[in-house]
Structures are given as C-alpha cells and as structure tokens.
Design a protein around this ligand. Sequence first.
Ligand code: 4AD
Ligand code: MG
Length: 461
Amino acid sequence: MHYLRVIDVFKTKPVGLKVEIKGWVKSFRSSKNVSFVDINDGSCLKGIQAVIDDAASGAHEALTKLATGCSVLVRGTLVDSPAKGQEVELQVEYIEVIGESPDNYPLQKKRHSFEFLREIAHLRARTNSLGAVFRVRSALSFAVHNFFNERGFVHVHTPIISTGDCEGAGETFTVTAFDLKNVPLEKGAVDWRKDFFGEQANLTVSGQLEAEAYALALGNVYTFGPTFRAEDSNTSRHLAEFWMVEPEMAFCDLTADIDVAEEFLKYLIGYCISYCEEDIILFGEFIDTTLLGRLELVLSKPFARISYTEAIEILNKAKVDFTYPVFWGVDLQSEHERYLAEQVFELPVVLTDYPKEIKPFYMRANNDGRTVAAMDILFPGIGEMVGGSQREERVEVLTERMEALAMDLYQYQWYLDLRRYGSVPHAGFGLGFERIVQFCTGMKNIRDVIPFPRTPGSAGF
Ligand code: 4AD
Ligand code: MG
C-alpha cells in the first residue's frame, strides 16, 4: 500500500495500484449504494474522486460522519475514471473519517467573498482560490532563492530588531521590554538607556543598510525577510508587516541595478507560468480573465525606462483629471504611477533620477545637484513594485547629506565606516514580495496574498 499525495496520483496515474490517500472532503454526493467523495489534500488544486461502495470496509460508520470539511483516510485501487474531467478515480476498499466537521463549518458554499474569507484567515487556505494563492506564493519564494543562488549571490539574514529607520519616514514600531505602566522618564522624556537594548529599538523597515555591509565584504548578497511599517495606509497594496527581497551589489551602478531587477522580475513571472500552470488557469477563470496574457506580455518586451523629469512632463500633458497635482518635485501618487504603466506604456516602466528631497538619505547624489540615482519600477495594476538606487559611496557627500537631514551621525558611524574603508560604487533594490504575488495571481487585495495580514486595526485572526 503506497501513501500518495493527490498531486503524485495525477502525475503518475498508476492505474491498478493500491494506494492510501488522506485529505479533506470538499464535497460529496450519495446515490443508491454508492457515494462519490471529492478529496483534496492541498498538494494541488484538483481533488481526487473516491467512489465508495456501501459494502467497503468502514463505509457504514464513515457514511454517517461524512460532511464537507471533514478529514478522511481512504485506501483502494486507482481505476480509469468514466467521469468527465478526470483520468483516474479511487475505488475505495477502506474508509475512515479522521476528524469530523459539523454543520457549522463555515466553508459550506462553493464560493465565498474574499472579504468573508479574511474573517476566517485560519480556514481560508482550504478554499480553491486561496490554496492556489499560497502555493504560488511558495513557488515564488523558492524562485527568489533560485534566481540569486544561480547567480552566486550570498543569502544574508539581516536583523529584524534594529535601531535605525532606513527609509527615514519615521514609521517604525518600537520594540521595548518596559513595563508600559511604569516607563522610566528623564526630564519628561522616555529614558531609553534603561530599556532592554540600552537605546530605543524598533522593528526593521528594511534590511538594506545591513545588506550593504555584507555586499562590501561578499560582493553580491540578498536578504529576504519580514519588514514592518507603521504607516496608516489602509489600501489594497499596503501591509504593516510585509516581506521584502533586497539584493545589494558591490561594483554596481544604477543601470546595472535596473538590469538585474528587470531580469529578476521576469524570472519570477516566467517561473510562475512554468510551475504553477494549474493555479494560474484557475485565477484566469475566477479572478482575472486577462491574467495569463498580461504575464506573457511582461515577459515579451523590455521594460520602458524614463527619468522622473520625463514622467512629470508626460503627466502634465495627460488629459486626465488627477486627484493630486503634478509638478516637478512632487512625490508621485499611485494614480500617477498607474497611469504611466497602464495608459502610456502598457508595460512595466522604470523611473529614474528622482528629486533628492523625496528620497532617503543613502541615495547617490547626481551631478545636477538636485536629483539622486534612484529607480522605481511601476507595474500595471499594481503601481510601485520595486524601489532601489545606487548608494552614496563618497563619505563626505554622504555625511553632508545626513547633516542636512539632521540625522544622528553617531548612530550611523558603522554605516559611514563602509565608506571610509574600501568604499566602492554599489547599488541594490527592494521588491515588495506580496506585490509580485498579487501581480502573478491577479488578486486585487494584498491582504489575500499573505497568510495572516497585519494592517491598521488588525493584528490577530
Ligand atoms: O521603496 P521601498 O520603501 O524601498 C526600500 O525599503 C529600500 N530600502 C529597498 C532597497 O533599496 N533595498 O520599499 C521597497 C518595496 C516597494 O517598492 C513596495 O513594493 C514594497 O517594498 N512596499 C510595501 N509592500 C507592502 N506594504 C507596504 N506597506 C510596503 N511598503 C513598501
Ligand atoms: Mg519606494
């Protein structure tokens, strides 16, 4: 008797073989002396049909307990299936209900709204669509490591607890061991010296700065981990806890950085098309009929590349009533980013050389004195997918910029050391992992592509 996962049954279709299958009952129907049970074990989208004759061993007891959502173990022989849409089915010889599922099991219907499913995040992966999303998410995560591993990048685990705010946006979550009813004060302000770390610590907003230290030792590195932002944006593209992929490359300029980012994004999309075919077809049917075409289109052409300044000119000429005004120096809003990617280029578009005022301190100053070597990659339907830059490697220029921004230079001595000792031009970028999962699945809301979303007002189940 072989224990097989359903995916392996469909891969090998070993007709005549006796197998054991374990999974959850998606649906079942009974006629006179025979019942048909659709068993799904999560290994793939399709379930296997188990045909249970009333005379099968255990059938008498099992049939009294069988219900949508219950877990079962079945043993039997794989046979050619007369039913449409499946090549093999299981002729059951033994059945046992492992865990029952009473009538109040919330997933009784064939289709539920994503809003409803968000309320039962602990059960929603049992639905066809969310199960597919999380298989795709896993495949993409594997592809991230594959891509960098194939190219000789070293994977670095950067810390989650940090004392800096890489992006300088002041949207960090404090990490403290203080008894909040009795916080030590010094002249009316919190005395962080008495806290666990001896200074104020926070959850990291990005692993970039630490990745830079490792790039300047190991050459090409990447980090891939959770990042945390206390920005109060209740949108379909923002999470308070999200995963970010951040490569960092020594001896690399902005153009080479963009080249890697484009190759990387295409690799992830191509991987998804090749290895998640069944799930992508499901999304095409139920989520977004244009999905596969859109994925293939992105692979077929080079990304558009324009400067921020050119983008502002295009937006100013656009015959569209934007909610937010457009002028040189403004931080682009999602409506602007999507207009460029969806209406103007109908492709991912890379914007470069942003005004220094709207970008973080670490980006390399351009010779014009007013822009930095930044790049954002904007995707149709998503907006910003990637943000990156060449880093300022000149210690004097960097120090001057940090002083102008009134940053605590003492805290960043280690970062300046990287420029003092063997500094080199280097560059990197950050990919919002959930956003590429959204793009590859067509899911409209970012809360539906991370298992347990954390957003303003919601950190539990
Ligand atoms: O553009 P960001 O803020 O860049 C950085 O953090 C750099 N340190 C990256 C680097 O150069 N190493 O964030 C990078 C990407 C964004 O382009 C977006 O895709 C995603 O992270 N992102 C979010 N995703 C979900 N929820 C949020 N609140 C996000 N904020 C940024
Ligand atoms: Mg950004």
